[in-house]
Design a protein around this ligand. Structure first.
Ligand SMILES: [Zn+2]
Length: 228
């Protein structure tokens, strides 16, 4: 029986001197990646659109492999970089010129809440769960849906919000679990309720279906003001 060979585990099939080459290769590729990303015209990366993710995946292997694979040369990787960054710049330029092209590549911003109304159809089309959306709202100190005038999901996946001024805040669906999870079909305290699914508010005195989404679970609406 043959034990694990420590040398091949640590070094692979390469001689010790290859480590020096890896060092050199890594420095060259590092400089090259930095130059390529700086010339891409992008300032920083907060959230990637799908298109940008494709670029990153495309560059990833081209950037890393030449660092430590002896039989991968640096020039092919450089060509990959020039082509991908060139395409990125071309597509970005075209997107800036032609809106339909931009929407094709990046998608378009979608209203999740418009004038205080939840747009369920658009919401269902997005790959965003209600939980995630509520969490996003809570992070920006939104306590209930009646505080939000407009919410848009951007192509990057970020959510932009416009709030009602204090005097215009309406009673709405509470977003914090302590209150939200009290949602029920039974009505214990007659009064203004918010539909647990679509946020529609109605006077509810006995069990009934939501006039907007036809679901049956309600939460007592609250009307607190937003604290920043
Ligand atoms: Zn509803």
């Amino acid at each position: 029986m043959q034990g694990i060979e420590i040398k091949s585990l640590l070094l692979g099939d390469e001689p010790l001197s290859f480590l020096l080459e890896v060092l050199l290769r890594s420095v060259i590729m590092f400089c090259f990646i930095l130059t390529a990303l700086r010339t891409s015209g992008k300032r920083g990366i907060k959230q990637l659109s799908i298109f940008e993710l494709v670029i990153i995946i495309g560059l990833g292997s081209a950037a890393g492999d030449p660092m430590f694979y002896k039989d991968v040369g640096i020039i092919p990787a450089v060509i990959v970089f020039i082509v991908v960054v060139g395409l990125y710049r071309a597509v970005t330029w075209l997107s800036g010129k032609y809106l339909p092209f931009e929407q094709l590549i990046e998608g378009k911003p979608i209203y999740l809440i418009r004038n205080g109304k939840f747009s369920i159809e658009d919401f269902d089309k997005e790959d965003l769960s209600q939980d995630e959306f509520f969490a996003e709202l809570r992070i920006t100190n939104v306590e209930h849906l009646g505080q939000v005038r407009n919410a848009i999901i951007e192509t990057s996946g970020a959510i932009s919000l416009l709030y009602y001024e204090d005097k215009d805040v309406k009673p709405g669906l509470p977003l914090y679990p302590d209150l939200y999870l009290k949602k029920s079909v039974e009505i214990y305290h007659p009064g203004l309720h918010a539909c647990a699914y679509c946020g529609n508010t109605e006077e509810v005195n006995e069990p009934k279906t939501c006039s907007v989404c036809k679901r049956k679970e309600w939460v007592l609406a609250i009307k607190t003001l937003r604290r920043t």
